[in-house]
Design a protein around this ligand. Sequence first.
Ligand SMILES: [Zn+2]
Length: 403
Amino acid sequence: MASSAPATACIARLAADRRVHQAFQWLHLHEQQIMRWQAEMVAIAAPPFGEQARAEWLCVRFRDLDLGEPHLDEAGNAVATRRGTDATSERVLISAHIDTVFPAGTPVEPALRGSRLSGPGACDNGAGVAAMLALTAAMRHASLETAHDVIFIGNVGEEGEGDLRGMRHFYRDGGEGITAHLVLDGAGDQTAVTHALGSQRWLVTVRGPGGHAWTDAGRPNPIVILSRAIQKFSEVALPDTPRTTVNVGTIEGGTAINAIPEQAAARFDLRSTDPEQLVRLEVELHRAVEDAVLAANRGQHENSAGVRSSIEKIGDRPAGRLPGDSMLMQFLQAVDRHLAIRTEPRIASTDANIPLSLGVPAMSLGAGGEGGGIHTRAEWYDGRGRESALRRVLLLLLAVAGG
Ligand SMILES: [Zn+2]
């Protein structure tokens, strides 16, 4: 492809640069240091909306690595800057989310045996944050310079109901001047998420008068009504193409075994590669809930308190796509050719949804090594082979930042 020639030439030039070799050498020799950072960070709990201790830890690491102005922004993101040599306003971002899916109180003591780190969040996103620190350290060691400023962000709110709030906050001004954004998330060295999967999350609550299990028997039961709504919504047909999925992730409610519940609630996660499917599912969800509530109220006496429901949107991740002919994509392909990596473009919901939805070139990349048991307490990460992904990200970062 003729249009990729400048990208190929740029990567060839970077790969021949003595300082880049020095940075690669640093990465080769410091796997233990990288893993130590990872284990240290994973040992600090970072439940949704409770990331501050971890963000503060990261700020100290940023300072140790001589990044400029390490601080926590209003959203709680840890942010620092590596100044470029050009006095333009162009900036490049590299980010890794610091939050985990695990609620406060989950035991986090990670165990490090050889190259393997076990514990909640060991890979997602211990791997991404450790990679970000490794790249900073390698660039500092090799005195690598870039034309543009590189902003490093350990961001909050990627998982679950965080709803990408860390990234949303950073892009609240629309991302002006940001020419590229690399997100580091999880393990692997071949994938690149370049297509942002849209998702919507809903909280459905059903409320009733409640009462005593024996003396008030016959009053409407919100748990039963919600269950009927879930049953009906589960029967909605989902197309394979465009791939569309539905998950009921949590259900809760009730007061005691001998009380008619006053309320029941469930959370739904709807995803599709096609925004129109999400609109259709939203309508179906409302229909399922309203039908179940209507049917319950129909049987009740007019003067008895009725059943009410509310349907609240608690998450909305916008869709987006990196154009195939964008410079960032061409750089990635040139890097992967150079490193003999088979590029695997993927679709997923990541922090890159925010920049991609705003038209800022972005992708989410694996931070190397291998991981498993993601989002479970048996999560693990193995750092063997991490180096190749770090080289990949470093070359790409230097290319987009004008290294
Ligand atoms: Zn993640």
